[in-house]
Ligand binder design. Sequence first.
Ligand code: HEC
Ligand code: HEC
Length: 462
Amino acid sequence: MIVGAAAVLSLAVGGSIACTPQFGQRDLTLIFDKNLGGTTTAFSAGSNAFELSARNLTNEERRRFEVGDSFFTQNWVTAPASTEARDGLGPTFNAQSCSSCHSRDGRAKPPEHDGDPERGLLLRLSVPGPDGPVDEPLYGDQLQDRAINGVQPEGRIGITYETIHGSYPDGTPYSLQKPIYAILDPAYGGVAADVMISPRIAQTIVGMGLLEAIPEARIRALADPADSDGDGISGRVNMVRDLRRGEVVPGRFGWKANQPSVEQQAAGAFHGDIGITTTLFPTENCPEGQTACSLAPDGGSPEAPDDRLLKVAFYVQTLAVPAMRNVEDPTVQRGAGLFVDVGCSSCHVPRHTTDNAHSLAPLRGQTIYPYTDLLLHDMGPGLADGRPDGLASGSEWRTPPLWGIGLVKVVNGHTRFLHDGRARGLEEAILWHGGEGQASRDRFLQLSMEDRMALLKFLESL
Ligand code: HEC
Ligand code: HEC
C-alpha cells in the first residue's frame, strides 16, 4: 500500500511541506542532494572516497586531521619497545591498528576461511545476570583472537552458513546466507553454556562528526517507542553512559547505538580491539584467570594519552562524506521516490540539520543526508543476535547510515552488508529486513523488477 507515502515523507523529514506521492511533483531535496554531507562533502568516487577530510577545514584543522590519520593507521607494538609512543599492544587483541579493520576508512567483510587475514569481524559476548547481561566470566565482553608473545589468544571465530531460499511475487528466485557462529579453541576453559554472542562487522566511518552533531532533541522527536502513530514502526533511543560527561545520554554509534560519542567509540576500540588503555578505559582487558595477560608489561598508563585519543577522534569526526553521484539520472530520481514510497525513509530518515552550536565549527548548521534516525528498531528474528546491549534488545539494531554505501565496492572491493556482513549485496540487505522493517521489505518485493532496480540504483548512487 502506497497511501502512506505523503505521510511517510512528512514524518521522515519532519516538514509541513506539501508533497504528493506522484513522482515528478515531489520535492526531491527532501530526499537527496549531491552534497550529502553539506559543505563538508568531498568529491571523489575513487578508492580514496572515504579517506578525505571535510572540505571546509581550516589549514590548522587539516594538520590536526593528518596527525590523527597517522595514529589511526599506525600499528601498535608489544611493550616495552624503543618506539614508546606506540607500544602497549594487547596483551590480547583483534587487530594492531584502527585501519586494519576500517580499511581506507571503509567497511570490512566477514572472513571467508580459516586464516583469512580479514580482521573486521568481532564477537561481543555476555551471559545473563540477575540485573541484566554481564561479561562472559572467562572471556569478558569480546573474543580477542590474537595475543602478544607468551599470552594465549582467547579463541577463534567459527562460521558456518545455512542457505535460505525464497522468491519474489514475480517469480524471480533469491537465496540468503544465514551465518551460525561458534567459538573455536577456547584457550581459558569452556565458554559458558548460556553465552550470548553478537557478531559485528567494522563499519564505514565517514560523516561520524556530523552524526554526532545532530541535536539530541531531533533524535528524541523521531522516537516513537509506543508506536503512537500506528505505522508499525516504533524506534527507540538507546541510553548509554557518557564517561567524559558523566551522564546517561542517547547512544549514536555502533550497530546497537551503544556508544554516545566518537571519542568514546574510539577509546572503546583502543581498549577492546587493540588492547590500548586510555583515561576512559584505564584497565587492561584481562578477565580473571588470564594470568599471563595480567602479568604482561604495559606501555604506560594510559597507553594512549588524551591528546592522542582526541586527535584520532578528530580525524574520525572530520572524515568527509563523499558526494552523491548521478543525481540528474531519471532512474536514480525515480528510485529516490520509491525509497520513500515503500517506507525505507521511515527509519533511514534522509535529511537532518546539525546543531548550530556544535563544538566543532566545520560541522555546525549543516544540512545532511545520512539516511538514519539513529534509533533502535526491532528487525525480527532473522537478524536477531539474542544479546541485549544497553537498552537495545536482542533483536534491535540502530538504523545504519546509508551515505557512501554505493562506494563500498570501489573502496573495499566487496558488497557485504548488515551487522555481520551476511548480505552479499544491497538487495539481500533489504530482503533480510523483518520486524518493524517487514512491511517495507514486503512492499519492495512487490515492486516490478524495473522499480526494484531503480531503487537499488538510487542506493548505489549514495
Ligand atoms: C578489530 C576490528 C576493529 C578495530 C581495530 C577498530 N574497529 Fe572501529 N569498529 C569495529 C566494529 C566491529 C564496529 C561496530 C561496533 C559495534 O557495533 O559495537 C566499529 C565501529 C566503529 C565506529 C562507529 C561507526 C558507526 O557507524 O557507528 C567508529 C567511529 C570506529 N569504529 C572507530 C574506530 C577507531 C577510531 C579505531 C581505532 C582506535 C577503531 N575503530 C578500531 C571494528 C574495529
Ligand atoms: C524499521 C526500520 C527500517 C526500515 C523501514 C528499513 N530499514 Fe534498512 N535497516 C534498518 C536497520 C535497523 C538495519 C540494520 C540491520 C542489521 O544490520 O541487522 C538496516 C540495514 C539496511 C541496509 C544495510 C546497511 C549496512 O550498512 O549494512 C540497507 C542497504 C538498508 N537497510 C536499506 C533499506 C531499504 C532500501 C529499505 C526500504 C525497502 C529499508 N532499509 C527499510 C532499519 C530499517
